[in-house]
Design a protein around this ligand. Structure first.
Ligand code: TXA
Ligand code: MG
Length: 342
């Protein structure tokens, strides 16, 4: 299959491009499109055969539910039941935006492969002009996980999608770099209080300001009963083993030198302030206290590590305020929990 990559940024003929994408989707195909978080790989959420093509293209285990994207907030009523006043307040405050809300699902509409093993559905309205225009032209919801091969860092640029899925999907809409850089916050509205299943750019503090206290899915309860099944797989990982390391310049340089003395080449992903010539490669992802920048640049940096000859990757820890929680969540998964200790 030939993969067409088309820019919808400055194209003169946008209407034709959206029509082409909608035709593919209506005919049961998949299309990759940008959202404000990461690129998604979409299929019409009510078309079982189409949704299966997502899993095939990604090489993703099919026991992991997909997020349903809608172009208008009112569509949520069609697919979800038990929409509480708190949920309405959150939609009002954060949609369109990087917040996925998990509801009880109305039966019989969403394709079974979108929600394997669960009776709930995760829905969000993305805040990106290309995603919104595609959804509104289509008039149907799109099931869309991130458009990476399973286990790889999510794509934040169209070229990342091409690197992973060239020849496996018919079309990529190129809307430039995404802004947020990490996937949406997933909030389960079926528990009391609601539970953050995946941290993202819509932070706990922001949510609590609107609806009061929420709980956080702890790793131990995930092991017992994976409510967000995606959380049990290694995710977001570059090829070389990755270790999280404390933000201490002397410790980082010491670690690099120790590893190099063992004949290893070392790539470091870290803040601008700790850039060191000792590293074989250093990928800066923003200033130490600028969590938004770190989130935005993290996946590109992890992909850049894959283009080096690094034997080991060290990723510098950030603090857990605001979006820092989401950054550390993704880094911990990419590291499979490994922390560098000398
Ligand atoms: O920002 C995002 O959310 C991106 C863009 C493309 O919108 N999408 C994305 O989708 O990250 P995906 O499929 O890679 O991640 C979906 C996550 C998984 O961890 C899944 O387990 C959880 O959301 N999820 C989806 N539906 C769920 C449900 N009904 N119950 C529990 N968890 C759910
Ligand atoms: Mg993903």
């Amino acid at each position: 299959m030939e993969t067409i990559l088309i820019s919808v940024d400055n194209s003169m003929d946008n209407e034709k491009i959206y029509k082409q994408a909608v035709d593919i989707l209506k005919n049961g195909g998949v299309v990759s499109f940008p959202t404000e978080t990461v690129y998604g790989l979409g299929a019409v959420a009510t078309d079982e055969a189409a949704v299966r093509k997502i899993f095939e293209a990604k090489g993703r285990p099919s026991d992991n539910p997909l997020i349903v994207h809608i172009g208008n907030a009112e569509e949520v009523e069609k697919f979800a039941s038990g929409i509480t006043d708190d949920a309405k307040k959150l939609m009002e405050a954060f949609w369109p935006g990087p917040l996925t809300l998990v509801f009880d699902m109305k039966p019989g509409l969403i394709a079974p492969s979108v929600t394997p093993g669960v009776e709930t559905v995760g829905i969000r309205m993305p805040d990106h002009p290309v995603a919104l225009r595609l959804l509104r032209t289509l008039g149907d919801p799109l099931a869309a996980p991130s458009a990476n091969r399973s286990g790889k860092p999510s794509p934040t640029e169209a070229s990342h999608v091409l690197d992973d899925l060239d020849g496996r999907i018919p079309m990529i809409l190129d809307g430039g770099r995404t802004g947020v850089g990490v996937e949406s916050t997933v909030l389960d509205m079926t528990t009391v209080p609601p539970t953050i299943l995946r941290p993202g750019n819509t932070t706990r503090e922001m949510i609590e300001e609107v609806i009061g206290p929420v709980q956080i899915e702890s790793s131990s309860s995930i092991e017992r009963a994976p409510r967000s099944p995606g959380m049990k797989y290694t995710h977001y990982a570059p090829e070389a083993p990755l270790f999280v390391i404390h933000p201490d310049s002397r410790k980082i340089e010491g670690a690099i030198q120790t590893l190099q003395s063992e004949g290893k080449q070392v790539a470091v992903v870290g803040p601008d302030e700790m850039k060191t010539e000792v590293a074989d490669w250093y990928f800066s992802i923003g200033s130490l206290h600028d969590h938004e920048a770190m989130a935005s640049n993290l996946y590109r940096a992890l992909r850049q590590c894959d283009m080096t000859k690094a034997d080991v990757i060290l990723a510098v820890e950030t603090d857990l305020s605001g979006v820092g929680v989401a950054v550390m969540n993704r880094l911990t998964k990419a590291a499979d929990g490994k922390q560098y200790n000398d």
